[in-house]
Design a protein around this ligand. Structure first.
Ligand SMILES: Nc1ncnc2c1ncn2[C@@H]1O[C@H](COP(=O)(O)OP(=O)(O)OP(=O)(O)O)[C@@H](O)[C@H]1O
Ligand SMILES: [Mg+2]
Length: 295
């Protein structure tokens, strides 16, 4: 396997907001992270832990108060300096999908909405047409091209929002709780597309979520707590630290919690397992080994 280069590097970044009464509210406190190109990273953490602030820094809506951000090896932001050309270039390469599908739709026809981003980039009309068609196909919304976005389901609206980002041909997409307002089938639709974009197109994914099973689909989980990186590892590594997760009152997937409780009752079980089938196999194997079950 070839060594993967970081697409994004965050070096010792801090950010604080000003409250109404003039106090500084620290949102990120000296965080460093390196994101590999083509990776799928989930970011977890309580309300107020700094996740959206991190997303806004990466999308250059905010600039760091301290520290620096590198994109593809190039320093793109640091305290007090914004180069508008760099900012627009980064925003084209790092797309962002937000939580509320209704706030992201700007046009009255789906295909016009998807064309909005590339139109702003000054792409020639024929290429826009091709990009819109390809983006709608990628999210399975081709047949809705001429529909009115406001009549779509929440999941379909999010797919249109994703198509609008794809039409800009980004290298990285940040999803800031983009499934939070959707029902289970809408969530599943969007997660399928996210996984496909990562695996088939090598688009780097940063998925901010409160959903443990969604986070478990990533290659890597970063947990933010109080504006700092609290834990960073594969889903297996993260979910094997049940006590550490519970120490900051974060859940682990229910399957992992069930395995943890069975272990504490004396069964010898692997840690960090969350896939239902793997859990069932591990429990069955432990029961066979303990002589509790015969076939
Ligand atoms: N515009 C703002 N003005 C003042 N304080 C803010 C502002 N936006 C965020 N904060 C504060 O910064 C901290 C981090 O907020 P942030 O939105 O990054 O958290 P989050 O992890 O995305 O939370 P959530 O899970 O609720 O979306 C919090 O203490 C929050 O109250
Ligand atoms: Mg947030």
């Amino acid at each position: 396997m070839s060594a993967k280069k970081p697409i994004i590097e965050i070096k010792n970044v801090s950010y604080s907001y000003e409250s109404i009464d003039g106090r500084r509210i620290s949102a990120l406190d000296g965080i460093s992270l390196s994101i590999e190109r083509g990776s799928f990273v989930a970011v977890l953490g309580h309300n107020g832990s700094g996740k959206s602030t991190l997303a806004k820094l990466l999308n250059m809506i905010l600039t760091p108060e301290k520290g620096e951000i590198y994109f593809d090896g190039e320093r793109v932001s640091g305290p007090g300096d914004i180069d508008e050309n760099v900012m627009y270039a980064v925003r084209r390469r790092v797309g962002m999908v937000h939580q509320n599908p209704d706030n992201q739709i700007v046009a009255t026809i789906v295909e016009e909405d998807v064309a909005f981003g590339p139109e702003n980039l000054g792409i020639p009309p024929q290429e826009i047409r091709d990009r819109v068609d390809a983006a709608l196909a990628a999210v399975g919304m081709t047949e809705y091209a001429r529909h009115a976005p406001h009549r779509l389901s929440g999941g379909q609206k999010q797919r249109v929002a994703i198509a609008g980002i794809l039409a800009m041909m980004p290298e990285c997409i940040i999803f800031d709780e983009s499934t939070a307002m959707l029902d289970p089938s809408g969530r599943a639709e969007v997660m399928e597309i996210i996984k496909k974009l990562n695996k088939e197109r090598n688009i780097t994914i940063i998925l901010i979520t409160h959903d443990m099973m969604e986070a478990a689909m990533a290659d890597r989980i970063v947990i933010l707590n109080d504006g700092r990186v609290y834990a960073d590892g594969t889903p297996q590594e993260i979910f094997s630290q049940v006590d550490r997760m519970r120490a900051i009152k974060l859940d682990v997937p229910e399957t992992t919690a069930f395995m943890y409780e069975l272990s504490s009752l004396g069964l010898t079980l692997p840690r960090g397992v969350f896939n239902v089938r793997e859990c069932a196999e591990a429990v069955a194997a432990a029961l066979f080994a303990a002589g509790k079950v015969r076939v």
